[in-house]
Design a protein around this ligand. Structure first.
Ligand code: L34
Length: 294
């Protein structure tokens, strides 16, 4: 079987159109648009690329958007003060601090500092807790994008066995929690495998839906995938440079071989990545609506 390829770029474009329509209507009513600040510490090339994508999309949607670049050696205290400034800024509905942060800064402390109502990443423990009990206001962007790809890709999730590879706070843990909710686009049986798992392939071969966030290029090979499975590749590995000097990207899935076996598959680039950015816009719009309805 040759898999149907779900284009995240295409699905993201549709969702952005929906967001733009709503933003225009809200602007007429309230004479303002959603405000998003993305804070970038240092100049990690991958982070620069992702944050640039976020800002470009926010501008296209008519958001009030600010890119706040800080030097690699900013102190933890100064970063916390900066977050406090945006917590108190009424024109800002969403605050995103791009991860990873430099080692001298305590990431947990930074995530705690963001007002949960402006936490469009949904990384604050309050939002993590809400998600776990099924009361999520914002869903973390990458997992929300994955769920949306499954739904719009026509994948039946109810009763499906979802196997998640990786247990990060950004992807693995939240997507596992989302998929097990008794909810539309979820209601799945969930298994999480990770570096402590014995015989990972034994589990991946059982997956109706395989979600891979391992951070290892071409880690999932065709023999690890069940015939007809839906395979969502979250990995964005930089494996070199193209002759034009651009970063060469590879997913965590051996796409060329796995696509001959899977029923549905997402590419890298152009799969989950663009969805992550678009779900950030959706969350910022939701935060804006919360603030105007207060
Ligand atoms: N705070 N930190 C915070 N929030 C997030 O949601 C993220 N993440 C992850 C890393 N750190 C974060 C992102 O934004 C990963 N991530 C992300 C965002 C966008 C893309 C990939 C990862 C993306 O647009 N990927 C493109 C290729 C971009 C390129 O060429 O570099 C794609 O098509 O996959």
């Amino acid at each position: 079987m040759t898999a149907k390829i779900i284009s995240g770029t295409e699905v993201a474009r549709q969702i952005r159109e929906e967001i733009l329509t709503e933003v225009k209507a809200l602007e007429k009513m309230y004479n303002k648009t959603p405000g998003l600040v993305t804070i970038l510490v240092g100049e990690n090339p991958a982070s620069v690329s992702y944050v640039t994508g976020k800002q470009k999309t926010a501008k296209e949607l008519g958001f009030h958007s600010i890119q706040d670049n800080q030097p690699m050696d900013i102190s933890e205290e100064d970063l916390l003060n900066l977050i406090e400034k945006y917590n108190n800024d009424d024109s800002i509905n969403g605050i995103l601090v791009q991860l990873p942060l430099p080692k001298h800064i305590n990431e947990t402390k930074v995530l705690y500092a963001i007002n949960p109502d402006k936490d469009v990443d949904a990384f604050h423990p309050v939002n993590v807790g809400r998600l776990v009990i099924g009361e999520g206001v914002f869903l973390p962007c990458t997992p929300a994008g994955i769920q949306e790809l499954l739904v719009r890709g026509g994948v039946e999730t109810s009763g499906a066995h979802v196997v998640v590879v990786g247990r990060s706070n950004i992807v693995g843990k939240p997507i596992a929690n989302i998929m097990l909710q008794k909810d539309k686009g979820a209601n799945s049986t969930v298994t999480v495998v990770h570096t402590g798992t014995k015989d990972i392939a034994k589990y991946t071969r059982m997956a109706d839906i395989l979600i891979v966030a391992a951070g290892r290029p071409n880690y999932i090979t065709a023999d690890m995938v069940k015939e007809g499975a839906a395979v969502i590749d979250v990995g964005v590995n930089r494996i070199g440079t193209t002759p034009e000097g651009k970063a060469k990207l590879a997913g965590d899935v051996d796409f060329e071989n796995v696509k001959e076996k899977a029923g549905i598959i997402t590419p890298v680039p152009g799969g989950v990545g663009p969805m992550t950015i678009t779900m950030l816009m959706k969350n910022t719009l939701a935060a804006f609506k919360l603030s105007v309805n207060k």
